[in-house]
Design a protein around this ligand. Sequence first.
Ligand SMILES: Nc1ncnc2c1ncn2[C@@H]1O[C@H](COP(=O)(O)OP(=O)(O)OP(=O)(O)O)[C@@H](O)[C@H]1O
Ligand SMILES: [Mg+2]
Length: 363
Amino acid sequence: MTGNAIIEFNHVKKQYDDNVILKDIDLEIERGKFYTLLGPSGCGKTTILNLVAGFTEATEGTITLNGKKVNDIPPNQRTVNTVFQDYALFPHMNVFENVAFGLRIKKMNKNVIKEKVAEVLKMVQLSGYEERGISEMSGGQRQRVAIARALVNEPDVLLLDEPLSALDLKLRTDMQYELRELQQRLGITFIFVTHDQEEALAMSDIIFVMKEGEIVQSGTPVDIYDEPINRYVADFIGESNIVKGTMIQDYEVSFVGHTFECVDAGMRPNEKVEVVLRPEDLVLTSVEKGKLTVQVDTQLFRGVHYEIIGYDRDGNEWMVHSTKKAKVGSEVGLYFEPEDIHVMRFGESEQEFDARLESYEEE
Ligand SMILES: Nc1ncnc2c1ncn2[C@@H]1O[C@H](COP(=O)(O)OP(=O)(O)OP(=O)(O)O)[C@@H](O)[C@H]1O
Ligand SMILES: [Mg+2]
């Protein structure tokens, strides 16, 4: 424990009848950071938010908020607010009434309500929209009303369940900036849910990558991108070239018939592994200067770079992002540095992975 944890899950399990939805979740959320739960549909992201908010109960394990166990505490007594995917605004009320609703239920003084609503509407840049009907607001504006309605309760934690998924690409990008900026300005802890990896990379301090009711890897966007723990994470986060290889010994891995220096260690000699090379780490060069030779199959212009697909002599596909063009049908060399090679073990857990990294990085 860091002492700065605002939320902790200890061996949390969630089951509906015989269906295990969350297997054994241990997590720690620190105050004031932007967290993202990232994973495909049905992996349990919303279930984790519901457990934090108190909309559903854990089958086993403990959940603490601000150091206190909250398993049996009802939602309205938790200092947590949720922004739902569909915003769940009241369509027949104007902006002011939507935001003021929770405070009215708490029977707060009218003038205090006015002040508080004005304050949060200013935060989300909707001052002057008080009298507008919800149906007269755009998707992005509705989302800001939903956020204002959550913020007016002064929560310690704001839960956001895929709040951007209904928006078009341009508005979505704008809102990503706005949300990130808002979180940093307010210093509130955000737990954001998405199945969009680019969104997760752009917005988060910490990402939890989920798969079938488990957190497979957690870390900063850079950590997860640079050191994916397995094929699932490497594939889910960004584009990857993944080939089978053999770890000859520490700092030496072989794949596609060659042996290369690398920065990984701590495996068994001759252990079978998988190797990741990111398309943007591969440099297009001549066959003589390259470490691997591929035959160029296709080339697409992607705006900032060319996306080149080629095949090595073993038939492995290689994707390269390059500002240089290649000639379809020609043979080219691919050059990369030892640190561009990421070696992954089969079936390694996050704890084992962390322990291994620590053991050889200390040397
Ligand atoms: N009340 C419920 N009763 C039974 N099963 C449920 C219930 N709520 C959720 N589930 C199941 O739990 C699993 C996880 O659901 P959850 O809503 O957490 O997924 P998710 O990661 O949020 O997915 P999505 O990206 O589609 O929103 C799913 O298989 C879902 O069918
Ligand atoms: Mg969901």
